[in-house]
Structures are given as structure tokens and as C-alpha cells.
Design a protein around this ligand. Structure first.
Ligand SMILES: Cc1cc2nc3c(=O)[nH]c(=O)nc-3n(C[C@H](O)[C@H](O)[C@H](O)COP(=O)(O)OP(=O)(O)OC[C@H]3O[C@@H](n4cnc5c(N)ncnc54)[C@H](O)[C@@H]3O)c2cc1C
Length: 510
């Protein structure tokens, strides 16, 4: 039997995507004779943003043998319990989308059903008061979840904010220690097999030739292999997602960082503010159809209270996805595979799931088209699910004070999203498809945060004793409040576990 096993993988790009793939695949194939080479160009550099994550990142680095503290310390990281949305409904409005559950189900009836009934009767507080994650974040506190939670009320998860450059360095260190070969240089030419267009090698500008069997394109927006070489095509979603520009800037840090990402609605998009130990990452994601770049810069700067470490840096993007995430012998990860926008910190998570898919559908040298089709189908679905979740934010936001927000409110949305919203509105149903990154509590957080309420609740609620429900709700609310009172501030937690805040680090970074 012919041996068709892949023996060499070439990863093009040493940003977050490239180094995550290198570290993870090297560990996965550790005993197999598969060479993994990564090529990166100092001349081109990396995108330099991508600093807020969702909890799956912790499973990712733990599988590499890294602990939370290892990563927090190595990346000047802070803890993230969720995202705080401010001014998305009206000036001064705010809610947190936490990583965790709300309340407890009662006799098989979902929390949100009976909470809704009691809320309408004015016998329940705001949803966030029944979520430990949301309440900790709102109070600027942090504690790790109990390994054996006494009740589902204590179930929450957390993620990290990290310095993107330091995280890539950590991945690089892990990958190189495991045997990944790194080549520094700029690729000027990609060679293909004449008969079928498969990639055979890449040529660096200094003449070096790097051959491979499977190529992973992590070259960022340019899609050096997947687009510039293979002309795969891109599905443009800018008719649904209107933001296409960002301005990114770092500012000096604070000794007391919040335990969530802050996203503030602005006139033509929104501003992120990501707390790290040594600095903040800030940026304005906006629509060039509604604001000029210079005006966006003025607006961004006016919202940042601390000293900027450099001038805001412009980034352009087209929301959408590569039509085939895998084409011939080239698979894409990271920005080369598509980009929605960073509102829910999904890009790095999509890199993680992309790597998982590569492992699950790992080809041999015959590159079975059925594997490729399956990979592309999974990727398409996953991107579409994330897209719908993000569009929901814009559609449901109650702001209507600028042309941008009115346009978002009035815009068409994908049928898949319209169906989900209708099902929720009719009786609080959540529709969850395969390859869905966000689970019902996340959808609930956003529906509730933007005031989308079901017209009706599960009829089983009426079989439950209303007085008993009121008592349980009050007990849950108090239990959350007590835990929040007892929890350390985020800063105390970081000082205790990662060392003191050092203001001079911000200057060193600058
Ligand atoms: C404004 C903005 C904010 C974001 N915020 C978040 C966030 O909060 N959370 C999140 O999860 N994601 C976020 N993202 C996405 C995140 O930044 C990316 O998913 C992540 O950084 C991965 O990027 P990458 O590795 O694909 O590309 P890049 O960082 O662009 O790396 C590309 C690599 O390819 C190399 N390369 C390119 N061409 C060549 C060549 N010819 N020869 C050799 N090497 C080459 C480059 O040198 C570089 O090493 C954000 C993105 C943007 C645009």
C-alpha cells in the first residue's frame, strides 16, 4: 500500500493564527514524522490587535500545558468575565454579556421563562442580578469559578485580555520548544503544480525555497496563498455588517482594570477598550459610509481618558469570509479565512475551531475532496452563525440618533437570524444549530440587553407557585450579591496572583 501520509506542513504567517496553529499542531503530531515550518516576515509584521478572547482560549492553551497564570503573566493579561455594552440603547445605558448562566431552572422550567413572568409582575430584578459573571463584572471584581459549584447559580466562565504580540511570542516559544522550524523572510513567489494548481513551494525574496505538502495560509487579510495565488474568492457581507474600518490605539494603563471588555456605542460604530496590566488597547470600529476617517479619529480620541501611546493606526477590512476556507492543498486560518468584526471577540476563537477542524479532517497527500468539502461546509456554517449573532447587536440596539444607527435598525437581516428572533419573541425559544459558537445564555444576554422580550412564556410556568418563585428569585439575587461582596477586586486578584502593578511598564511598552 502506498504511503500517502503528509510529511511536511508549511504555515505562512507568524501572527496569532500562525503561531497558535504551529504550537497546537506540533503538539498534536508530536510523535509523527511531520515537519512543521512557519515563515513570517518582520518587514510586513502582524496586525497587532486581537486582545480580547472568549473562554475557549483557556482550553486551547491548557492543552499546550500552559496554566492561566502562565498566560496572564507572560502576556500582561487581565481577566475577562464578559463584555459591557454602553450607550447602545441610549446615553448612559449599560448591560453586561457575561460568560455564564443566569439563575436556576425550576422543575424543568427554564429560568428566563419564570423570570419573565415575575419581571412583568414587578417581582423580579434585572436579569444581570441573577448572573454571577455579570454581577462580578459590573462591580469590577473577579474570582475564579468554584471547581464544584454548589448550584448552577455559581456557573460562570472567564477568558483573558492579553497583549497580542506577547501572546504570539508565547505561542512561538511553545512551538519552537516542540520542534517547529521558523524561517524569517518575505515570500515573493508561490509555485504551483502546472497540472492542478496545487501549491508546491514558496520562494522568499532572498531566493530561499521552502517546499511543502500541506500549506496553512495565516498571512492575514492579504491571503497570500488562498487569494493572491489560488483566487478562491470572498463572500462580502458588507450589506449586513456596515463597519469596514478601525482605528487602533494604545493608552497608558490603570492600576484598577475592569474585569470585562468595554464596548461603547459611538456615532458610526463602537469603541473597544481592553484593559491590560501595562496599558489599554482602544479602537473605533466604524462604517466609512457614515463617517470620515479624520472625524472618526477625533471622536475616538475624545472618548479615551488616558494618555495615548501613539497616533491611532488605521485598519481597513471587508466583513465576510473566504468562499472556501480550504482550497486544493491550502487551508486558511485567521484573517486570511475571513473577518466579521471584533464586537464579540470571535476571531481568535475561530482560529481555535479552525485548528480543531484541520486535526479532525487531516488529509493525506491525495487530498480527498470529500474532506475538503466537509471542512468548507463546517467553516461556512460557523462563520454564518457568528455573523448572525453580531448582526443581532446592530439590529436590536435602540439607538436611533445618527444615520448609522437608523440604518442598522432599518436594514435587512439574514433569514436565519430573523427566524431565531421570531422564535424567541413568540415564546422565548432558543434555536441552536450545529457549529454555533454562542449558547442560549449569550443570546438571552443580548436579547434582554437590547430589550427584546418574548410575547409569552412557557405555559408550564403557570403551574409553579408564584410566591415560591418570588422567594427563590430573591434568594438567588441575594446569593449572587453575597458572593460579589466577598470577592476580591479584579486588581486585588491580579496583584495576588500575577504580581504588583508597575506603571513604568506602560512607558517601556511605548
Ligand atoms: C480592528 C481589529 C480588532 C480585533 N480585535 C480582536 C479581538 O479583540 N479578539 C479577537 O479574537 N480577534 C480580534 N481581531 C482579529 C485578530 O486580530 C486576528 O484574528 C488575529 O490577530 C490573527 O491574525 P492573523 O495571524 O490571521 O494575521 P496577522 O496578524 O496579520 O499575521 C499575518 C502574518 O503573515 C505574515 N505574512 C504576510 N505576508 C507575508 C509574506 N509575503 N511573506 C511572509 N510572511 C508574510 C506577516 O508577517 C504576519 O506574520 C481583531 C481584528 C481587527 C482588524
Amino acid at each position: 500500500m502506498a504511503d500517502n501520509r503528509i510529511q511536511s506542513i508549511v504555515i505562512v504567517g507568524g501572527g496569532t493564527a500562525g503561531w497558535m496553529a504551529a504550537a497546537n499542531l506540533r503538539r498534536h503530531f508530536h510523535k509523527l514524522p511531520i515537519d512543521i515550518t512557519l515563515i513570517e516576515s518582520a518587514e510586513i509584521g502582524t496586525i497587532g490587535v486581537g486582545e480580547a478572547t472568549i473562554p475557549t482560549i483557556r482550553r486551547f492553551y491548557q492543552a499546550l500545558g500552559l496554566t492561566d497564570l502562565d498566560v496572564l503573566k507572560a502576556t500582561q493579561g487581565t481577566c475577562k468575565l464578559g463584555i459591557r455594552f454602553r450607550d447602545w440603547n441610549a446615553p448612559g445605558s449599560s448591560f453586561v454579556h457575561p460568560f455564564g448562566l443566569y439563575g436556576q431552572d425550576v422543575r424543568g422550567v427554564g429560568f428566563h421563562h419564570y423570570w419573565l413572568k415575575m419581571r412583568l409582575a414587578k417581582k423580579a430584578g434585572p436579569l444581570g442580578e441573577y448572573s454571577l459573571g455579570a454581577s462580578l463584572a459590573a462591580a469590577g471584581k473577579f474570582t475564579t469559578p468554584s471547581p464544584n459549584p454548589p448550584s448552577s447559580l455559581s456557573i460562570f466562565d472567564w477568558a483573558l485580555h492579553f497583549d497580542a504580540g506577547l501572546f504570539a511570542q508565547l505561542m512561538r516559544k511553545t512551538a519552537e520548544a516542540d520542534g517547529v522550524r521558523r524561517i524569517e523572510g518575505t515570500i515573493g513567489k508561490v509555485n504551483q503544480r502546472p497540472e492542478d494548481g496545487f501549491i508546491t513551494s514558496v520562494e522568499l525574496n532572498d531566493g530561499r525555497l521552502v517546499e511543502g505538502e500541506l500549506f496553512i495560509d495565516c498571512s492575514g487579510f492579504r491571503g497570500l496563498l488562498i487569494e493572491q495565488t489560488l483566487k478562491t474568492g470572498y463572500e462580502d457581507w458588507s450589506h449586513w455588517l456596515f463597519c469596514d474600518r478601525a482605528l487602533a490605539v494604545q493608552s497608558v494603563g490603570t492600576p484598577n482594570p475592569p474585569s470585562c471588555t468595554d464596548v461603547l456605542a459611538l456615532s458610526s460604530g463602537w469603541r473597544w477598550r481592553i484593559p491590560l496590566r501595562h496599558r489599554f488597547g482602544n479602537g473605533y470600529v466604524y462604517s466609512s459610509r457614515f463617517i470620515e476617517d479624520d472625524a472618526a479619529k477625533v471622536e475616538l480620541v475624545s472618548t479615551i481618558p488616558d494618555k495615548l501611546l501613539f497616533e491611532p493606526r488605521p485598519i481597513r477590512f471587508m466583513p465576510g469570509r473566504r468562499i472556501k476556507a480550504w482550497n486544493k492543498n491550502c487551508v486558511t486560518l485567521g484573517l486570511a479565512s475571513g473577518f466579521l468584526e471584533p464586537l464579540e471577540s470571535t476571531s481568535i476563537a475561530l482560529i481555535e475551531t479552525g485548528i480543531e477542524k484541520i486535526k479532525q479532517l487531516f488529509p493525506d497527500r491525495r487530498f480527498d475532496p470529500r474532506l475538503i468539502d466537509e471542512f468548507n461546509d463546517w467553516s461556512k456554517r460557523e462563520f454564518e452563525r457568528v455573523r448572525d449573532f453580531i448582526i443581532l447587536h446592530y439590529k436590536a440596539a435602540q439607538r436611533a440618533d445618527t444615520p448609522f444607527w437608523r440604518h442598522c435598525r432599518d436594514a435587512e437581516i439574514p433569514d436565519t437570524l430573523a427566524h431565531k428572533i421570531e422564535m424567541f419573541k413568540s415564546r422565548g425559544h432558543f434555536i441552536r444549530y450545529r457549529w454555533e459558537m454562542f449558547s442560549p445564555p449569550s443570546w438571552l444576554a443580548i436579547y434582554d440587553g437590547f430589550g427584546i422580550m418574548p410575547d409569552d412564556y412557557d405555559p408550564a410556568v403557570d403551574a409553579l407557585d408564584a410566591e415560591g418563585l418570588a422567594r427563590s428569585l430573591e434568594e438567588m439575587r441575594r446569593s449572587v450579591a453575597r458572593t460579589v461582596d466577598d470577592a476580591p477586586t479584579h486588581q486585588d486578584f491580579l496583584e495576588r496572583h500575577c504580581g504588583p502593578y508597575l506603571p513604568e511598564l506602560a512607558d517601556a511598552t511605548a
